[in-house]
Design a protein around this ligand. Structure first.
Ligand code: 5AD
Ligand code: SF4
Length: 480
């Protein structure tokens, strides 16, 4: 891959309106081997980098790419930002508090920069795709050296080299629809579990969500590249892959071949990787073929994350979710019926503009029906540039907070109730490492966190564990 293939020396600034446009322009697939130009290879010699990651697994995986790029440039990682020569913040834009956390940390970096002006600071990720953020960085945070977006991670070595030589703020954010770039190097955090992107972007445009703007148009990777990546992971001894995308069930719909998520799951199952997970699913695209394949293969884990967002048809419509409460429940019923021992989790937003007590009760009703193992619950956060941010919202914050609290009470009740079923049972746990209490920790097939008594030689293996104690958010057990 030739690094300079996109971008120029002029500044490329974000534009959310442009980023929200979708055209019929075909996607470019960049398939060349990755090659770091010789002149960049020693830039980081005897220097350290620190990277902080906010947000979702997609960001976590992007960070694995960024780490690999920096290490190719000879940088070494440090866990202490005060020792670093370059500090990178891989940001999240999904809610206001993610913004606040990032700016809070930036304040600490500023102090450091006052004593050591040679430290390079770089901001990337979803916030870098937002024009109000980049405007602030250009005006109030001129000392931030590099800003790059989600579409041009591979350009980091160039941007870093430019900053070091020109000593100017380097901003390069593309609001184009994005390419699919294969072969960006990766330094995986785990030797046993790997993230594998299967698609980028999202075309669903739920009215509250900034992702279709910050991550661009839906672009599926070609199946043969995904399968080759998983086969490589199998040969390296990996035990688990999580297939990643904003909306994985729509996988393949943008490709010019008749190949969907069900087909991909089946081909990945045939690689014999011991565990396959995937996230995130949109109820709209969850078809019967997918369900049949999940049922057919033991190495596809019975853990499904199925965001509900709201249980009120009126609010679902305002959210642009394209399903009704009835359709959602029908799907959950089918899943529970077809997949024994299913672990079901969800995302829920309270306080969407115009949400009444009755709408909120409809959400509680669905939670009572689905009895989720786990639910991530949020208060609606208006994101500039999305349709919901302009909707009339008269519910006071205190009411929204009370709804969140009430919802969490119900959610916790079912989390605990579902965990109780595990007491005395034998389950399979992939041991990932040492736990908090000095013992081991890992996850069951159903994604339950287990603290396990046992020796370290089990790390990286899938072992039989008997559950001896149950808590709301974790289990204790011993190796059988
Ligand atoms: N406000 C609150 N929660 C949001 N999410 C996405 N956008 C917003 C927003 N503007 C939640 C959704 C999504 C999860 C990743 O974050 O529940 O599924
Ligand atoms: Fe956002 Fe998910 Fe809706 Fe896409 S499907 S717009 S990522 S909430």
């Amino acid at each position: 891959m030739i690094l300079s293939m996109s971008g120029s020396d002029s500044m490329n600034l974000p534009n959310l309106k442009e980023a929200g446009k979708r055209t019929k322009k075909p996607i470019s697939f960049i398939l060349d081997e990755y090659e770091l130009p010789e002149q960049f290879k020693n830039i980081g010699l005897n220097k350290k980098y620190y990277i902080k990651t906010y947000g979702c697994q997609m960001n976590v995986h992007d960070t694995e790419n960024i780490k690999a790029l920096l290490e190719l440039m000879s940088y070494e990682e440090t866990e202490n930002f005060e020792n670093a020569d370059i500090i990178l913040l891989n940001t999240c834009a999904i809610r206001e508090n993610a913004h606040n956390k990032m700016f809070g940390f930036l304040g600490r970096v500023k102090h450091l920069k006052e004593t050591n002006p040679y430290v390079i600071t770089a901001i990337c990720g979803c916030m870098a795709q937002e024009e109000n953020v980049v405007e602030a960085l250009m005006k109030k945070y001129k000392w931030v050296d590099i800003v790059f977006g989600t579409h041009n991670i591979h350009r980091l070595p160039y941007l870093l080299d430019n900053t070091l030589t020109r000593k100017e703020q380097e901003i390069e954010v593309f609001s184009i629809e994005g390419d699919v770039i294969e072969n960006i190097p990766v330094k995986r955090d785990s030797k046993y579990k790997a993230w594998v992107n299967i698609m980028y972007g999202c075309d669903k445009f739920c009215t509250y969500c900034i992702v279709p703007y910050t991550r661009g148009k839906q672009r599926s990777r070609k199946p043969e590249y995904i399968i080759a990546e998983v086969k490589e992971l199998v040969s390296q001894g990996y035990q688990e892959v999580t297939l990643l995308g904003q909306n994985v069930n729509a996988y393949g719909k943008d490709l010019d071949v008749d190949y969907t998520m069900g087909d991909l799951l089946e081909d990945i199952a045939k690689t014999n990787i011991p565990r396959i997970r995937f996230m995130t699913s949109h109820p709209w695209d969850f078809d019967d073929k997918m369900i049949a394949i999940i049922k057919k293969y033991d190495n596809i884990m019975p853990a499904i994350h199925l965001p509900l967002q709201s249980g009120s048809d009126r609010i679902l419509k305002l959210m642009g979710r394209r399903y009704t409460k009835e359709k959602y429940l029908e799907l959950v019923n089918k899943l529970k019926h077809e997949i024994p021992n299913l672990m079901l989790s969800t995302d829920i937003i309270v306080g969407f503009p115009g949400e009444t007590e009755e709408d909120f009760q409809a959400t509680i009703d669905v939670v009572n029906t689905c009895q989720y193992d786990l639910a991530y619950t949020f208060i609606f956060s208006p994101r500039e540039g999305t349709p919901a941010a302009k909707m009339k919202d008269e519910t006071p914050l205190i009411v929204k907070e009370q709804r969140l609290y009430r919802l969490n009470e119900v959610v916790n009740k079912y989390a605990n109730m579902n965990n109780q079923k595990y007491l005395g049972q034998k389950v399979k746990v992939l041991i990932e490492g040492k736990g908090e209490k000095g013992n081991l920790m890992g996850y069951t097939e159903t994604m339950k966190l287990v603290n396990v008594d046992g020796s370290e030689e089990n790390i990286g293996k899938i072992v039989d564990v008997e559950i001896t104690e149950v808590k709301t958010w974790s289990l204790d057990g011993k190796i059988k």
